[in-house]
Design a protein around this ligand. Structure first.
Ligand code: IVH
Length: 675
């Protein structure tokens, strides 16, 4: 009887774990929105594995342990890998490395030290690049390990990935695997610019990279500076390698990016035995927070390919490699207060100000709490003792509250109903989690808008920094964009700590910025959802300030990049006479907009094209012809696409084009259009 009850609970826990792991797989692989740290996920997964080992009669047929990885998304063409993309068992301690080494030696029946090749475990998204006769013909995600998604267009936007191998004698086939990621700095800039545009931000660089690769619109991918580090080999023909070390050196010579030394310390090391691997593990951990990209551990591989072959696989993981991960970097501290910041779009963001604490070598004081939902979910209050963590390791986050250290008299934190800067009532748009100040004269919104206006990629007033903007606004010297162009030497000399020289520098940087382009000006205006790329499209379409100011929704919707949400945001902005008047004031104050050049003249003007399949001429030559005749290339099928050009072996784009009623033509048809 007692036995039966135990069996029941084991089975119930097994079912629960299967469901939990499957759910978190979905969040991670499909939605790119994980809710668990790797550490938490691995704990669940290993509990499931252990349970199944201890109770072999449990039903494993639908268990996530029987499968590696996630499901491919529907929107991309699915392609079967020539060689499955495997995964590695994770471990969290140097002792696990010793165990790994013992297993290797036992399997090889040897006492001799094994030579290992070590490098960081990059925290990004695994991608396979396929080079046929030296040409990059395909890039696939890992998918479920057997079948990946064709993300060639997006991968081709990664500057460091060579489109052709750097050799006159390319191998017939070379499949190189590696990790796509975003550098920490690039990630922070990306999030800043998304925040400015009022778009949702990414939780960490890994999510941003994964989200980008799964973008159907490769223009968006092109805007995000992805990177790639090669570390693995798939199928190959016409080339030989005898070790991991030789492989990486050879592909480096072919032009593929591999991880480079950091401050003269090599991040790839051949170790004569496992002790040196353990040392590498610790050395790299010390470097971790200083590296420009995120890593979550190290990977150790038997260096010799002969040994790798001897060792082979267990289930779907190689016996010749292991990942040793680092523990998440966490610390305990106290929330001193919660401040509420007002962004350029009026969004109120609560930020925890904490007693400074070191987390993995970096001092953390502030952490965004995102919004009210997040505060409620974690029940975070002022004066709470909390666990902070650097997610991956860029952005600090409050993980949880240490409840038994909560002061007795504390009460829940509620984001105020009034703007902390201008005290006007704030609104919460239905369906949005954020509260917004909608006062057009709010001083905080003005300051943030000006900071964006002067920024490098907008009007580029390079000597006008955040502090100066604050001072100019506080003194009442600047109340609008155009006020910046009316500033005099006398105005600036009333500010504290401004010497003659710096005043001249400020004035000349303001003067210099007057000569600008239409796309910079449009971007600088800070219209919601109008980022740099959209601003460029708008400038190319409208060519002059006046034409842009008179844009109607229908005109906007004709532009390939612009959908109803963005069009609406622009027309709402343009319908506010105060705002359009301000643009004219800028021109009056001396801003000169260089006339944008129309690149769309020729027989194909105003038409958009997309190619699928193999054409009788090279694809980039075909594109060049189309562009030179005034046509435009787009990256995905939509109802706005004018023509889909179909060659041999076309992809799924044909079905989509048919469904949307897009004209489908051959290359010959296109040539006829040119005659
Ligand atoms: S070698 C059999 N090297 O970690 C797989 N993997 O679970 C051999 N990863 O899917 C992979 N950095 O996405 C290898 N330097 C590195 C890596 C690395 C990150 C990822 C990769 C793989 C996962 C292993």
């Amino acid at each position: 009887m007692v036995w039966k009850i135990v069996r029941m609970t084991v089975k119930a826990r097994h079912n629960e774990l299967k469901k939990l792991v499957a759910h978190h797989d979905y969040l991670y692989y499909v939605l790119d929105r994980p809710e668990l740290t790797d550490f938490q996920y691995d704990a669940l997964f290993s509990e499931l594995q252990k349970l199944e080992q201890e109770h072999p009669d449990l039903d494993r047929s639908d268990s996530p342990t029987q499968r590696v990885g996630g499901r491919p998304l529907d929107a991309f063409e699915k392609v079967v890998h020539r060689q499955p993309m495997l995964s590695l068992a994770n471990s969290y301690s140097p002792e696990d490395l010793i165990d790994f080494d013992n297993r290797v030696k036992k399997f090889l029946r040897t006492d001799a030290e094994v030579e290992y090749f070590c490098e960081p475990k990059f925290d990004g998204l695994a991608i396979e690049l396929i080079y046929e006769n030296g040409l990059l013909t395909r890039a696939l995600t890992r998918g479920d390990g057997t079948t990946g998604e064709d993300v060639t267009n997006n991968v081709k936007t990664i500057r460091s990935v060579p489109l052709r191998l750097n050799t006159n004698h390319p191998p017939a086939l070379l499949e190189v695997r590696g990790e796509v990621l975003l550098f920490k700095n690039d990630f922070l800039h990306l999030n800043e610019s998304y925040q400015e545009q009022g778009l949702p931000t990414f939780a960490n660089p890994r999510n941003a990279a994964a989200g980008t690769i799964r973008q159907l619109d490769s223009k968006i991918a092109a805007e995000r500076p992805l990177r790639f580090f090669a570390y693995g080999l798939g199928a190959y023909e016409g080339i030989q390698f005898s070790s991991q070390d030789e492989f990486e050196s050879k592909i480096e010579a072919l032009g593929l990016p591999t991880v480079q030394p950091h401050k003269n310390i090599s991040l790839r090391r051949i170790c004569a035995g496992i002790e040196e691997v353990v040392q590498f593990y610790h050395e790299v951990e010390d470097l971790r927070s200083d590296l420009p990209f995120e890593i979550d551990g190290i990977v150790t591989k038997a260096n010799r390919f002969r040994l790798q072959d001897d060792l082979g696989l267990v289930a779907r993981s190689p016996r010749w490699a292991t990942a040793a991960k680092y523990k998440p970097q966490q610390a305990e501290t106290k929330i001193e207060t919660i401040i509420v910041q007002v962004g350029r779009t009026g969004a109120l963001t609560p930020v925890a100000v904490m007693t400074p604490v070191k987390v993995g070598g970096v001092t953390v004081t502030n952490a965004t709490l995102h919004n009210q939902d997040e505060i409620d979910r974690k029940d975070i209050r002022i004066h709470d003792t909390v666990i902070v963590q650097r997610a991956g390791d860029v952005i600090p986050e409050v993980v949880s509250v240490v409840m038994n250290k909560r002061p007795k008299n504390s009460s829940p934190f509620v984001i105020p109903d009034h703007c902390p800067a201008c005290h006007s009532r704030v609104f919460q748009v239905e369906g949005e989690v954020v509260k917004r100040c909608q006062n057009p004269f709010c001083s905080a919104i003005l300051k943030e808008s000006l900071k964006h206006f002067v920024s490098r990629r907008a009007m580029n007033l390079d000597k006008v920094g955040d502090k100066l903007i604050e001072a100019l606004c506080d003194k009442g010297l600047v109340r609008s964009f155009s006020d910046l162009y009316r500033l005099t030497e006398k105005d600036l000399s009333t500010l504290e700590r401004q010497g003659e020289k710096s005043i001249q520098n400020i004035l000349s940087s303001i003067e210099k910025s007057k000569n600008t382009t239409l796309s910079r000006l449009i971007f600088a205006l800070g219209i919601r959802f109008v980022g740099e790329q959209t601003a460029k499209s708008l400038a190319n379409h409208f060519l002059t300030v006046e034409a842009f100011l008179n844009a109607k929704e229908d005109d906007l919707l004709q532009i390939a990049d612009i959908g109803p949400k963005v069009a609406k945001s622009i027309t709402t902005w343009l319908s506010n006479p105060e705002l359009t008047k301000e643009v004219r004031q800028l021109i009056k104050a001396g801003v000169v907009v260089e006339k944008a050049k129309a690149v769309t003249t020729g027989p194909l003007s105003g038409k958009s094209f997309l190619i699928t399949g193999t054409l009788p001429i090279k694809r980039d030559e075909a594109q060049e012809i189309i562009l030179s005749q005034g046509g435009k290339m787009v990256s995905s099928v939509s109802s706005k696409l004018s023509y889909l050009i179909v060659g041999d072996d076309p992809g799924s784009k044909v079905d989509k084009a048919q469904a949307l009623g897009v004209s489908i033509i051959s290359w010959d048809d296109l040539l006829k259009m040119l005659q």
